[in-house]
Design a protein around this ligand. Structure first.
Ligand code: SF4
Length: 173
């Protein structure tokens, strides 16, 4: 017991240090949001995740953000259970035809101001499902997207860098 206590004191935290925001994400946000909108984003955000037809690998990486290693909440970012409590919709998948209306309704249920982040290559342009008859296409075909975080799936660190870009002060660029 004493040894464990001593080890915990000398070892230091095991969590990942705060990464720098992703430069590409900052550039995209500067293009998609005007200065006023960036200021309204603030330093803490509530996020509602929406699976619009993904293969669920993107969700596995998103779930990892809540573990003790990445510990998303220490940056002021937290997941919420309802779009009515959300500032940001984090959308995965190539928006299947079956999910198109549900996604639009979720967006309508989210109070203004709100922002949409599309996660994964599927959410960008349909990815490997792009030619499917069952798919509408990337999230931007259905909703206005402020930020894309690409990858198949994007790693937790890539997600973290993109999300941290969201809470960077708007006048950095
Ligand atoms: S981007 Fe890749 S991991 Fe994410 S939903 Fe599409 S196929 Fe799955």
């Amino acid at each position: 017991m004493r040894r464990t206590l001593f080890e915990n004191i000398v070892r230091g935290p095991l969590t990942e240090p705060r990464p720098e925001p992703d430069e590409e994400s900052l550039a995209e946000l500067a293009q998609t949001l005007d200065r006023t909108a960036r200021k309204r984003l603030g330093r803490s955000l509530s996020i509602r995740e929406v699976d619009a037809g993904s293969c669920n690998a993107c969700e596995l990486e998103i779930h990892a953000l809540n573990n003790a290693f990445y510990d998303l909440e220490r940056f002021g970012l937290r997941f919420v259970a309802s779009p009515r409590h959300a500032d940001v919709l984090l959308v995965t998948g190539p928006v299947t035809k079956n999910m198109e209306e549900a996604l639009s309704r979720t967006y309508a249920a989210t109070p203004d101001p709100k922002w949409v982040v599309a996660v994964g290559n599927c959410a960008f342009d349909g990815g490997i499902f792009a030619d499917s008859y069952a798919v509408t296409g990337g999230v931007s075909k259905v909703l206005p997207v402020s930020l894309h975080i690409r990858g198949c799936p994007p790693s937790p660190m890539a997600l973290l860098k993109g999300l941290i870009a969201l809470i960077e002060p708007g006048d950095r660029r």
